[in-house]
Design a protein around this ligand. Structure first.
Ligand code: SAM
Length: 212
């Protein structure tokens, strides 16, 4: 992977960082907004469906949706440490043989990734500069449902993310966070045939499921 942000992802989501997240997931289950996304997807019958999870971190969505009946998963992850953690957890749960793992930038790999019934990007588009490509290419692979968690388009989130970016700059990290306009994301999705079917929010995040 040769983009600056991809190098930033590899540095930020280090073995140490990811090991902590994996133990937190093992102890407490998925984070709040991930749980909200899983619940929203589970309002549909997911039995026998396939999942493409992009930037799935330790794999919470993959593991929880397996429990709900999803049959096969494709995981595309830019961070080596996250990919290894998700695979290790799937092995512990006896699920690894049902997951195909791809390491890299989804935008570069998309042409080789097959469509799936459900596509999820949980707190991913805020970690990638070219939202348009990421959303267009991932939406094109969603046969039924498309689930997104991303920052709310509010002044407090813009200020928060600007402070985060200042701290990355001071640490000389190439990693940046991005606040993408909700309107742009929604326009891309509706012009790709996806309609909003559920919307939840917290102070910081919006959790949205679209269907075709
Ligand atoms: C903030 S983490 C979120 C991880 C997990 N989804 C969660 O919510 O706990 C962002 C994730 O997106 C991944 N990511 C960002 N841009 C990506 C891209 N273009 N292709 C694949 N993965 C990407 C990162 O590697 C990382 O796993």
């Amino acid at each position: 992977m040769n983009c600056g942000q991809c190098q930033g992802i590899e540095e930020l989501f280090s073995q140490r960082y990811v090991a902590k997240e994996l133990s937190r997931y093992r102890a407490k289950g998925p984070d709040r907004t991930t749980r909200m996304l899983i619940e929203a997807i589970n309002e549909e019958d997911v039995d026998g469906l396939t999942l493409l999870d992009i930037g799935g971190g330790v794999g919470s969505i993959q593991h929880e949706l397996f429990e709900a009946g999803v049959q096969e998963v494709t995981s595309v992850e830019a961070s080596t440490a996250y990919l290894n953690a998700a695979r290790a957890e799937a092995q512990v749960r006896g699920l690894a043989e049902h997951v195909s793992y791809h390491h890299g930038n989804f935008v570069d790999l998309a042409a080789d990734i097959a469509p799936a019934d459900i596509v999820t990007l949980d707190r991913v588009i805020c970690c990638y500069h070219d939202m348009e490509k990421l959303v267009v290419l991932s939406a094109a692979r969603a046969r039924k449902l498309y689930g997104l968690v991303y920052p709310r388009d509010t002044w407090w989130m813009k200020i928060g993310l600007a402070f985060e970016n200042l701290s990355f700059r001071l640490r000389r990290s190439p990693f940046r966070t991005y606040s993408h306009a909700t309107k742009s994301v929604e326009t891309i999705l509706s012009s790709n045939g996806l309609k909003r079917r559920s919307y939840r929010q917290t102070l910081a995040w919006q959790v949205v499921v679209y269907s075709r």
